[in-house]
Design a protein around this ligand. Structure first.
Ligand code: F3S
Length: 390
């Protein structure tokens, strides 16, 4: 792997310990994956932020990074953490968890990371442009920016993305290169246009194709549909990029005439839904995986307007602080039913301490809730879920 003179100097420790550690990790990854060199990045999005998922070992790692003088060189945002930084008490979070979680956030902040803590930073806090090389962790977000925006990132892990952010460079391999962004299978989709059906489509496709790059025909996803599909495909398979005919910016670049075609229709969608459901009675309904956009906030508020909450089932609406601030009128309506929480989500918060049965309209959440949160799951369309509390 070829390094420039400047990169070699960083590797030799001439720019300090923090930069040296960062380049060591980026170069090691590059060697494993056969990169020829490094490439400049314009932004990073970091995961590994919830105390629930990184624990004391992760906290210690971040303390070491800060002690070694590490600072990010490019605009960098942070994925959801284990709680709403301001409203954690409403989420039944133990104080000792909150104290460690806030420490993690302050460590990221002292490295220069913008701690808005959302998995949809591309809606406002961190928006790559077409052709940008970036280093993003968070499987749904990186797939969205690769596919819907045409930025370029591999499926980074938390430490790799942080190292790239500190260096301002990542290893140039995989989805940074044209040749690896070509579709490898055609998906002929036959679904109705609802958000939930797009999530189920992503679920069925991920299971079917693993880590291949699908080229969709038959759908016209907007931002919300694309983000829920991206999330589901990344969770049920490990899809990091997709194309949609007539919609995504690189869809028409590649010759698809020889590709295998897979049909996903009503039967496959129903099978996907059935496999994700393990209860019809829930204690918590959690919406916003990935985090709710402004449009979704307006839609949910209009579904709830004029209605009254019934029963004991709690409801959380998960979004970013940026969107929560922008949608204050919707928030007033939604808060009559449950908290609009920012910075976190139903999967990375320690909900297993309080709940055992959760409803969601996201197949990504439905994949992870049983294993990461010990939940039985109701995975349904939003209108079905909201019937439980109205
Ligand atoms: Fe985001 Fe949490 Fe879902 S990080 S994509 S809301 S599992």
């Amino acid at each position: 792997m070829e390094l420039t003179r400047e990169e070699q100097a960083i590797l030799d420790g001439e720019s300090g310990e923090g930069a040296q550690k960062a380049i060591e990790l980026v170069v090691a990854l590059g060697r494993i994956y056969g990169a020829e060199g490094l490439v400049d990045i314009t932004s990073a999005h970091l995961s590994g932020a919830s105390y629930k998922t990184i624990g004391d070992g992760g906290l210690q790692y971040l303390e070491d990074m800060v002690r070694s003088g590490s600072k990010v060189k490019v605009p960098s945002t942070l994925n959801p953490i284990g709680m709403d930084m301001k409203r954690w008490k409403e989420m039944h979070i133990p104080p000792e968890f909150a104290e460690r979680q806030l420490r993690i956030v302050s460590l990221y902040r002292s490295m220069g990371v913008k701690t808005t803590c959302s998995c949809t930073p591309y809606t406002g806090d961190n928006v790559p442009r077409f052709g940008d090389h970036v280093a993003w962790a968070e499987s749904s977000a990186l797939s969205f920016v690769n596919s819907y925006i045409g930025a370029r990132t591999n499926r980074e892990g938390g430490p790799g993305a942080l190292a790239a952010a500190i260096l301002g460079k990542t290893a140039n391999y995989g989805l940074h290169l044209d040749r690896n962004r070509a579709p490898t299978v055609i998906i002929e989709a036959d679904i109705d246009g609802s958000l939930f059906q797009h999530s189920l489509l992503g679920q069925a496709v991920g299971v079917r194709i693993g880590s291949r790059i699908p080229y969709y025909k038959g759908i016209r996803p907007g931002v919300e549909e694309a983000k829920t599909m991206a999330a589901a495909m990344a969770a049920s398979g490990s899809v990091a990029m997709f194309h949609v005919e007539g919609i995504t910016p690189e869809a028409e670049r590649y010759d698809i005439s020889e590709l295998e075609t897979v049909h996903i229709g009503r039967r496959e969608i129903e099978e996907a839904r059935e496999k994700l459901n393990s209860t019809d009675d829930v204690e918590l309904i959690a919406l916003g995986c990935p985090h709710l956009t402004d449009k979704e906030m307006h839609e949910i508020a209009s579904l709830l307007k004029g209605k009254k909450k019934k029963g004991d089932t709690e409801i959380w609406f998960c979004t970013s602080e940026t969107v929560r601030d922008r949608c204050s009128e919707d928030v007033k309506v939604m808060e009559q039913f449950g908290p609009v929480i920012a910075d976190t989500c139903m999967v990375v918060a320690p909900i297993e301490g309080t709940f055992s049965r959760t409803g969601t309209n996201s197949c990504k959440a439905a994949n992870y809730l049983p294993t990461l949160c010990s939940q039985r799951v109701m995975c349904q369309d939003i209108t079905e879920l909201l019937k439980v509390i109205q």
